[in-house]
Design a protein around this ligand. Structure first.
Ligand SMILES: NC(=O)c1ccc[n+]([C@@H]2O[C@H](COP(=O)([O-])OP(=O)(O)OC[C@H]3O[C@@H](n4cnc5c(N)ncnc54)[C@H](OP(=O)(O)O)[C@@H]3O)[C@@H](O)[C@H]2O)c1
Length: 319
């Protein structure tokens, strides 16, 4: 099968489309013909070797964690999908593999795709949607009426976080560049602070949940904004943030870290919201598999509006 491969850590130019053996199916797994995948900052970080101590296995390696496609076969213990089911999901683990014609995913990483969504739309959501949901619900313990700030509101996680915070009944303030103000408002932000035009925290009222999606604020920098039981949630597991988790464990205003995990119940929740039109994917551009280097270059700019999707719908020519 065709797959995106790389033979060493490095820049986007190490990526190539090559051949891989078809993956084999085990008891609780699903074999999927992938129609679309999407990119995340994790793809860039892993390709550069930033997590090399947490990875094992030989090169060549592939990339991609998000997928949408059609089930070809299921293991004997899988009952919620079968051959012909249209599915979407995210694979756990450090090594990506969804930018490929075929994929074997764990049953719990796979849910039925909302019928009203294209494969491209469905593939754009899992990793960022799960991150936003798990950050706000599990780490931020978000409640109706909470005042929530999303810092980095116009990228993959941020566009999901605005909408999901609204679905929990929160009042959202989005922080993004002025170019993306209208997008943040359209997604449901009550207030938008453009960091390239104003100092975003000046005059800001109390905050119950500060979700630092972009990762350039610590709990110390926003401490004065947090309400009595204010929660700060970050996406970045860097040392300073890990120390703050420990240091604020018994404090009123606590720091939290989200580490996204794919699971069927949460994928199904995202699917229900999307099916009923309450959560909408935001896609900047769909790339073909042969454009994977360009797509990674764009991802590296940290300027993507929503998501970059890789289409695998067109069968690729054999060598
Ligand atoms: N821990 C986890 O499990 C987990 C899961 C998912 C993601 N993450 C991490 O979370 C971060 C965000 O992920 P993502 O998918 O949302 O990334 P992304 O899509 O690449 O985010 C790009 C967005 O960042 C915004 N941005 C750039 N400079 C900014 C600034 N100075 N202040 C505020 N926003 C700024 C840009 O918006 P403007 O152009 O409008 O500024 C752009 O829309 C990444 O570091 C990623 O690795 C962690």
């Amino acid at each position: 099968m065709k797959a995106v491969l790389y033979d060493r850590y490095g820049p986007p130019e190490v990526l190539r489309v090559g051949d891989r053996p078809l993956p084999t199916l085990r008891f609780r797994e699903v074999l999927i013909r992938v129609h679309a995948a999407s990119l995340n900052p994790k793809d860039v970080a892993v390709r550069k070797g930033r997590f090399r101590l947490l990875q094992s296995g030989p090169f060549p390696r592939s990339c991609g964690y998000d997928f949408a496609g059609v089930v070809l076969a299921v293991g004997p213990e899988v009952t919620h999908v079968g051959p012909g089911s249209e599915v979407f999901g995210m694979v756990n683990g450090m090594l990506g593999r969804t930018c490929a014609e075929y994929l074997v995913a764990d049953a719990d990483e796979t849910a039925i795709k909302p019928a009203s969504l294209s494969f491209e739309q469905a593939a754009s959501v899992p990793l960022v949607g799960l991150t936003a949901l798990q950050a706000l619900r599990d780490e931020g313990t978000i409640e109706r009426g909470d005042r929530v700030v999303i810092n980095g509101a116009s990228g993959g996680v941020g566009t999901m976080a605005i909408q999901i915070a609204r679905l929990f009944g929160a009042e959202v303030t989005a922080i993004c560049s002025s170019a993306n103000e209208a997008l943040a408002t359209a997604l449901g932000a009550r207030h938008v602070r453009a960091y390239d035009r104003v100092r975003p925290f000046v005059g800001m009222s109390e905050v119950d949940v500060f979700f630092d999606v972009f990762g350039n604020q610590s709990i110390h920098e926003v401490h004065g904004l947090l309400s009595d039981r204010g929660r700060y949630v970050t996406t970045l597991p860097k040392l300073r943030n890990l120390l703050d988790l420990i240091g604020t464990r018994y404090a009123h205003r606590r720091a939290h870290l989200v580490i996204v995990r794919s699971n069927r119940a949460d994928l199904e929740q995202l699917g229900r919201w999307m099916e009923s039109g309450l959560l909408r994917p935001v896609i900047e551009r769909v790339y073909g598999l042969s454009e994977i280097t360009d797509a990674h270059r764009r991802m590296e700019t940290k300027r993507v509006r929503g998501k970059l999707v890789i289409s695998l719908a067109v069968p690729l020519a054999a060598d």
